[in-house]
Design a protein around this ligand. Structure first.
Ligand code: ARG
Length: 580
């Protein structure tokens, strides 16, 4: 399918050529001022220097050479050298239908295979607000990538190998020191059922983490356990398996609630198979050196403005670290999945860790091909004090608590606006509204920016919010439910052309979202479309329209808008409602 902008670019290219300006890069864009046109060509401005001519003269030359075509209407030259024009209504009506019919089918596989690392929850620790952003943004980027034709593998990359595992093992030991897991002499099979309940598991990490901050001895003990676990002590490994299996169940429930779905449920520990090989490789090839007992790789470059600390391969106790598993995981992903690109959707505050890992990969030349390693960072969700959102006792705000707050606000709003609904209906609607509120708020801010948690704003049915988009979809639906299945000829009325123009801009926004790995462009688009639709709705009396052609056209526009909004929400991984 040739897009309208591509067609227009070609028409203008010919006009420039015929007028004596033989250029390649002639572009048409949106016209900034609505009443002057739908589109505008600003290329004369960029050619003035080269041709020693005023942009206005070039613009007039080009205007007089515009070839015969069915698209451009009322083209005019405007100062300082634009060519503004409208799109012919008949053409727009025809194009809109073709466009909507073809837009999904026109996509082709790009042949690019990528792995996207997002989620990143830590076993035995509850999900917090930072993991929410990773899940939301990562899931949407994955969907956008797939839509655009990339092959995508989603990996949750759980934190299952660090100190927190030592803490939980310690917690179990403290309660039941007599269990076989702690008996070094034991050589038999270990029990198949875990020695703790899910409820117990949830509180073990927070308890030990708090205590080990205040107790040096306890901290050392936990470090020792972690070290022995990593060295493969049988009992610890068996207990660790129980911990990660149980945690995965809890974590999966949370991600399901958020509509985040992964192809791979791997963790840091799964790179273990490659770890020794990678460590040997680095040391044997002389890439590392010892510093204070630790094994490090220097990665700073002469052009660095700020100092980039060395990459840590092993700490002074000889244990692998977060950085070590990162390196081994990259090798694993190349070998097992043969990817062209790995993308990390992780909190901005971890950028340095990734800069170090990527530099190390490059320096040690361990990959067989040139894999694009991309850090896609995001800002924090902040509390009213402008700092990362914390609970009253200073811990990162848990996902459950956060969702709870949004859910009760959504309940309040839905109950208020739908007093006649049953409790059951109100509950169901509020669940969807709450999730849309939280996710849309999270996604609509440009990902690199921080955002402020504001439950009133998130749940509002007005403004750039999830509930507003949901509401618009149900509004379109309620019109469609009231009319009979129409038939007729589609025509575009003058008052409806803005909605039509907005509908055909979907491709531009998804392209931007794809290129910049930023779902916020799709949120902006959905919001603009919802606004245009609500203006259209306010001006039209669709159900009581007596002119059949008009009625048919308005119903079709309503249907197109609904489908387009649903498509956007699907790409953002936000559920919608048919009725509200
Ligand atoms: N588990 C980490 C955390 O909670 C995030 C993991 C991100 N992915 C990665 N490959 N390091 O901070």
């Amino acid at each position: 399918m040739e897009l309208i902008t591509e067609k227009l670019n070609n028409i203008f290219l010919k006009a420039f050529r015929d007028a004596g300006y033989d250029e390649q890069d002639i572009k048409v864009g949106e016209c900034a001022i609505e009443k002057f046109g739908d589109f505008s060509c600003q290329s004369p401005l960029f050619l003035a220097k080269k041709y020693y001519k005023a942009p206005l003269i070039i613009a007039n030359d080009v205007l007089s050479h515009l070839p015969q075509n069915e698209i451009i209407k009322d083209a005019t030259v405007a100062s300082p050298g634009y060519i503004n024009f409208f799109v012919d209504d008949k053409y727009l009506a025809k194009y809109l239908q073709e466009y909507l019919f073809d837009v999904d089918k026109a996509r082709k596989a790009t042949g690019k295979k990528m792995l996207i690392d997002y989620g990143g929850a830590n076993c035995a620790k509850p999900l917090h607000v930072g993991h929410l952003r990773s899940a939301d943004i990562g899931e949407s980027i994955k969907r956008i990538r797939k839509y655009m034709g990339d092959e995508c593998i989603a990996d949750v990359h759980l934190g299952d190998w660090g100190l927190q595992m030592g803490m939980v093992i310690y917690a179990v030991w403290e309660k039941h020191p007599d269990l076989v897991y702690f008996d070094q002499e034991y050589t038999g099979e270990y029990p198949t059922q875990p020695p703790f309940s899910m409820e117990e598991l949830k509180v073990m990490y927070p308890d030990i983490s708090k205590r080990s901050k205040e107790d040096e001895n306890l901290h050392e003990k936990v470090q020792q356990i972690t070290y022995e676990l990593q060295q493969g002590r049988r009992g610890y490994v068996a207990l660790w398996r129980h911990i990660i299996n149980a945690s995965k169940k809890l974590i999966k429930q949370d991600y399901d609630k958020l509509n985040a779905h992964f192809d791979l449920w791997l963790g840091e520990s799964d790179s273990k198979v490659y770890q020794d090989e990678v460590i040997d490789y680095v040391i044997k090839n002389g890439y590392s050196r010892k510093s204070d007992g630790a094994t490090i790789v220097d990665i700073s470059l002469p052009e660095d403005k700020a100092t980039i600390p060395p990459f840590m391969l092993l700490n002074s106790a000889g244990s692998a670290l977060y950085s070590t598993t990162e390196l081994a995981t990259i090798v694993q992903r190349e070998r097992e999945h043969n990817v062209d690109e790995i993308m990390y959707v992780v909190d901005n505050r971890q950028e340095l860790h990734f800069v170090q890992a990527f530099r190390c990969v490059k320096k040690i030349n361990i990959l067989k091909k040139d894999i694009v390693l991309q850090f896609v960072g995001f800002g924090t969700m902040n509390g009213p004090d402008g700092k990362p959102y914390k609970t009253r006792d200073g811990k990162a705000m848990g996902l459950d608590e956060l969702m709870g707050m949004v859910k009760s606000k959504a309940l309040e709003k839905v109950r208020e606006s739908r007093p006649d609904y049953s409790q059951h209906e109100i509950e169901n609607i509020s669940d969807v509204v709450a999730l849309s509120a939280l996710k849309f708020a999270d996604l609509s801010v440009l990902r690199t920016k921080d955002l402020m948690f504001d439950v009133d704003k998130f749940c509002s049915f007005e403004g750039k919010t999830g509930p507003y988009i949901l509401y618009t979809i149900t509004r379109a639906n309620s019109i469609l439910a009231k009319v009979e299945k129409p038939s007729g000829d589609f025509c575009l009325l003058d008052e409806d052309r803005k909605l039509a123009l907005c509908l055909i801009k979907f491709t531009d926004s998804i392209k931007q979202a794809y290129e910049k790995s930023a779902p916020s462009y799709l949120c902006d688009y959905a919001y603009n479309l919802a606004n245009e639709f609500n203006t259209f709705y306010g001006k039209s009396s669709i159900i009581y329209e007596t002119n059949e052609t008009k009625k048919y056209s308005k119903i079709m526009l309503t249907n197109y808008t609904k489908n387009m909004l649903k498509k956007c929400m699907e790409l953002l991984a936000i559920n919608t409602l048919e009725k509200m």
